[in-house]
Design a protein around this ligand. Structure first.
Ligand code: ADP
Ligand code: MG
Length: 250
């Protein structure tokens, strides 16, 4: 997107972010800005640092150097402020991470009650609206194991949305799903994108990326190797690495 940056502040900003795991240099001078309402798709081979980058954004991983700013402010280091910030950056992983011993409704109301201090009835009302939006309202009183993978992942999305996130981070949200369930999850994400949610999505679903991405970044070996619109990236990849990768997943 071409943008007039006058008075405009990215929601998420990474500046010169570096990260090692022991001798392994996993993030190399990562610089990234995500604007309000933008959908950024992150593509790249396994092991290129995509998950680590996402995890640094809500501080599930610390960084060695550089800066991460959320709405212009540095990420809080710990405590209540960090909990609050994490809630504002909804994260959906490959594995659904629902609480197995709680009902679907309880999974979605837990955060709003405990972190946002919402009353139970209010939280349940909000939760039922969200479960309706993602198409699993009839499952509200079941436990996760009674739901399909696609349904569980939609609940995970509803659970994040219940915290009124400023942005949503999706890390390969459909990779663990049976093929017939992928679209029901992608459809929810497309809807969210159309409604203006700011999103970072790590995915191998190229049709989805073409449909919703404002911008695609290609990561390899801990670096952002290419940045462009979906058309630029998919139709005219600039680097050999991106071309090889795109050929390998066809
Ligand atoms: P991607 O999501 O692109 O597949 P990751 O961010 O998961 O890549 O991993 C990047 C590299 O960091 C890989 O080589 C991976 O094995 C390594 N790695 C990831 N997490 C850890 C960890 N907690 N400890 C050590 N190495 C890790
Ligand atoms: Mg990953």
């Amino acid at each position: 997107m071409t943008q007039n940056n006058q008075g405009k502040e990215p929601i998420i900003e990474l500046r010169h972010v570096e990260k090692h795991f022991g001798d392994l240099h996993v993030l190399k001078d990562i610089n990234l800005e995500v604007d309000r309402g933008e959908v950024l798709v992150v593509i790249g081979p396994s092991g290129s640092g995509k998950s680590t980058m996402c995890r640094t954004i809500n501080r599930l991983e610390t960084i060695d150097s550089g800066e991460i700013l959320i709405e212009g402010k540095p990420l809080p280091q710990e405590g209540r402020e960090l909990t609050q910030m994490r809630a504002e950056l909804g994260m959906v992983f490959q594995s659904f991470n629902l609480f197995a011993h709680m009902t679907i409704l309880e999974n979605v109301t837990l955060g709003p009650i405990q972190v946002l201090g919402m009353k139970k009835e209010e939280a349940e009302k909000v939760a039922m609206d969200l479960l309706t939006r993602v198409g699993v309202a009839e499952q509200a009183n079941k436990v996760p194991a009674q739901l399909s993978g696609g349904q569980q992942q939609r609940v995970a999305i509803a659970r994040s949305l219940a915290m009124h996130p400023k942005a949503m981070l999706f890390d390969e949200p459909t990779s663990a799903l049976d093929p017939e369930m992928i679209n029901e999850v992608l459809d929810v994400m497309v809807k969210l994108a159309r409604e203006g949610m700011t999103m970072i999505v790590v995915t191998h679903e190229m049709n989805f990326a073409r449909r919703v991405a404002d911008r695609v970044i290609f990561m390899a070996d801990g670096q952002i190797v290419e940045t462009g619109t979906p058309d630029e990236f998919f139709d005219h990849p600039k680097t050999e690495r991106a071309r090889d990768f795109l050929n390998s997943i066809k």
